[in-house]
Design a protein around this ligand. Structure first.
Ligand SMILES: [Zn+2]
Length: 287
């Protein structure tokens, strides 16, 4: 039987937010079984908290935000959530002293390594999965994202950019902890050189640099070397895993994604949520 897990002990990480450039400290605390993943804004009066899996407020543009109401939020949650998925963590409290999670190296690997180094504690309750029973999809212009019934969690992702250094890329595979660690977690965030310039002009990307973000021109990443030839496609898979974990439980299904990003990812999350709430039978215990 597959059991729930939490972190063995309290620990913290420090870094700067990718968008805000602000230094941020993020604390991880063990949580009791069946309590889920909770984000806490420790810097705000009354320390507001949001537990994933409910109809928590979702907001998104280029990145994933979790709202607390009252205009307060945490943003850029997708990499830490992907790492928690990869570590099999079901229950944890994550407290921040700023609205944005630290960028670390732009991937999920440092979050994942920190969780593993500090220890993963098995709990006695059985892991709850979301089993997809019927096809669910969302689409917009040239983008498509669908999830279909399957006994395994598998993602096939097609990326397509006009930029010559990115072009068409593909990643497909059954995702488990081991494959995630080796093939997906180290893939870093990326953007086009012109996007980076526009983002900085509009006041975002203040914590981004050529090390934590692959800034792509026509020849490849500026002042950096790719970890995988298709690192951008792999990073899109990482984001998708993190965004799906906003559901608060691992999802079992066959995912097909064509040029999908946070916006479409979160539309799918909302659709899965509403179907799960309408039909309790989709929530099943893992084998
Ligand atoms: Zn990302």
């Amino acid at each position: 039987m597959n059991r729930q897990n939490t972190v063995e002990k309290e620990f913290f990480l420090e870094g700067k937010g990718l968008q805000t450039g602000e230094p941020v400290k993020v604390f991880f605390y063990p949580e009791e079984e069946n309590r889920g993943i909770t984000f806490i804004r420790g810097d705000l009066a009354g320390k507001p908290a949001v537990t994933l899996g409910g109809m928590s407020e979702l907001d998104n543009d280029r990145r994933s935000k979790i709202g607390f109401g009252g205009g307060n939020y945490v943003e850029t949650v997708e990499h830490i959530l992907a790492a928690l998925w990869g570590a099999g963590i079901d229950n944890v409290k994550i407290e921040l002293d700023k609205p944005e999670l630290p960028a670390m190296d732009g991937s999920a690997i440092q979050f994942l390594e920190a969780v593993k180094e500090n220890g993963i504690k098995p709990q006695s309750a059985e892991r709850q999965m979301i089993q997809i029973k019927n096809p669910i999809w969302v689409e917009r212009k040239e983008s498509f994202l669908g999830i279909f019934p399957s006994d395994v969690f598998k993602i096939s992702y097609i990326l397509e950019y006009q930029n010559k250094a990115i072009g068409k890329q593909f990643f497909s595979g059954v995702l488990d902890a081991d494959i995630f660690l080796k093939e997906i977690a180290p893939a870093r965030t990326f953007c086009l050189k012109e996007e980076a310039e526009a983002l900085v002009k509009s006041g975002y990307g203040k914590g981004a640099d050529f090390k934590n973000t692959l800034v792509m021109d026509e020849n490849g990443p500026i002042d950096n070397i790719l970890r995988f030839p298709n690192e951008p496609a792999r990073h899109k898979v990482l984001d998708l895993i993190g965004d799906l974990y906003i559901l608060g439980r691992p999802v079992k299904g066959r995912v097909i994604a064509i040029r999908s990003g946070h916006q479409l990812n979160l539309e799918l999350v909302k659709k899965i949520k509403s179907q799960c709430i309408n039909s309790k039978i989709q929530m099943t215990k893992s084998k």
